[in-house]
Ligand binder design. Structure first.
Ligand SMILES: Nc1ncnc2c1ncn2[C@@H]1O[C@H](COP(=O)(O)OP(=O)(O)OP(=O)(O)O)[C@@H](O)[C@H]1O
Ligand SMILES: [Mg+2]
Length: 382
């Protein structure tokens, strides 16, 4: 079973994908820190990190700009960062604006689009889905070539697949027939659409007033010149995702449903010919008896230390926990079987939320453990 360090050896991009709440943000930050500790210049692009985690990475505000995390903060935790760790909180709207600025033929066209009220609405709505903008930013940073490795956290989608579909959705929106009709009305279709549109427009006009119509027309005109640029870029983003130096890590929980989702997501990755690197099963219940060393007669020990009553209740609790651990272990075996992969890395459910560098370091003991270290960890000896 490889460690994350081995899986990511030689990779330039690592994308942590998975369903909501499984630990994508935590894992991305931990992986970035772990790889930076090994000597790489790493940047993690994170999305909506919990405030305390953001604070501990020194990301006080949305900046859409990478900031270096102070290595002294890690040194305090006993972690030496041999390379550099940078972090950025993604601002989807700002990324969209930057994209428009890049695609616009000149400053005037740029300002016309950015200042346009229709654009402001549409960009917020599109940016609201965040996925595409995350990949845009990734592409931009990759092109700049400032970092050895980029680690991308993905947005809290209900369904991890939304993320894979994002480039397609944007291209479809841009290629959308309705938009085309508005932009380049020609021939018969234009007459029909034109008549339809003019009825619609006159209704619009009555409801919302003339300014909006002017804004609409101006938006479509200004945007039309950029469509080809957007499409070309979306294609390049897609091929970057499929590159052999890109690696998707699927993050999931150990329960039945998250495991099913991970299996499904893996299948979609394979179908889309995107490079799958491994699965990280987060918040796993490790078998407790192993944490205490095999062979201890737990009921007797507890009864002696805590008395019959409390000892008995602790024992019941312990049995429940064991049942959970066994269930997790069965699910993970099934996951490994269905994915036909050895690359399944378990991270335990820690007692506390992971909101600081010490927490990330603790997660990394598991993510980056060698086979031997992993055995020791599972047996509670590390
Ligand atoms: N191994 C762990 N043990 C204990 N708590 C954890 C562990 N991993 C993550 N957490 C906590 O679980 C919560 C969710 O984690 P995180 O924010 O990383 O998930 P996410 O997948 O990014 O969620 P979202 O889909 O909402 O973006 C956080 O409070 C985090 O501190
Ligand atoms: Mg998150």
């Amino acid at each position: 079973m490889p460690s994350v360090g081995e899986i990511l050896d030689g990779k330039r991009i690592c994308i942590c994908a998975g369903s909501g709440g499984v630990g994508k943000t935590t894992t991305s930050a931990a992986i970035a820190a772990g790889m930076a500790a090994r000597g790489l210049r790493v940047c993690v692009l994170t999305i909506d990190p919990a405030k305390r985690l953001a604070d501990s990475l020194g990301l006080e505000e949305l900046g859409n700009e990478a900031r270096q995390v102070d290595p002294a903060l890690f040194a305090e935790q006993g972690v030496e960062i041999k390379g550099e760790l940078w972090a950025m909180m993604l601002d989807a709207k700002a990324t969209f604006d930057e994209l428009v600025a890049r695609q616009a033929p000149d400053e005037e066209a740029r300002d016309r689009v950015l200042g346009n009220r229709i654009y402001q609405q549409i960009s917020s709505a599109l940016a609201g889905s965040q996925e595409y903008m995350a990949m845009e930013k990734l592409f931009e940073l990759h092109t700049e070539d400032r970092f050895d490795l980029l680690v991308l956290d993905t947005p809290p989608t209900r369904n991890a697949l939304d993320f894979l579909d994002a480039p397609k959705r944007l291209t479809q929106f841009i290629e959308g027939r309705s938009l085309r009709v508005f932009m380049k009305p020609t021939g018969f279709a234009a007459k029909v659409a034109g008549r339809g549109a003019s009825v619609a427009l006159s209704v619009f006009k009555r409801i919302v007033g003339f300014d909006l119509i002017a804004d609409l027309a101006e938006f479509f005109n200004a945007f039309s010149g950029m469509v080809d640029g957007f499409q070309a870029r979306a294609r390049r983003v897609n091929s970057l995702l499929a590159d052999h130096r890109t690696c998707f890590l699927v993050v999931c929980g150990p329960q039945g449903e998250p495991v099913d989702e991970a299996v499904y997501f893996h299948r979609k990755l394979v179908e889309a010919k995107l490079p799958f690197g491994g699965v990280i099963v987060n918040k796993v219940h490790y078998p407790a008896e192993r944490l205490r060393g095999d062979g201890a007669d737990l009921p007797a020990v507890l009864a002696e230390r805590l008395g019959e009553d409390l000892g008995g209740r602790v024992c019941e609790n312990f049995a429940d926990y064991q049942a959970l651990a066994e269930r997790d272990s069965r699910n993970i075996d099934r996951l490994a079987g269905e994915l036909r992969t050895q690359a399944v890395i378990r991270v335990p459910h820690l007692d506390e939320d992971v909101h600081d560098l010490a927490g990330l370091a603790e997660i990394n003991r598991y993510l980056f453990a060698s086979a031997e270290q992993r055995e020791a960890l599972a047996a509670g000896r590390a």
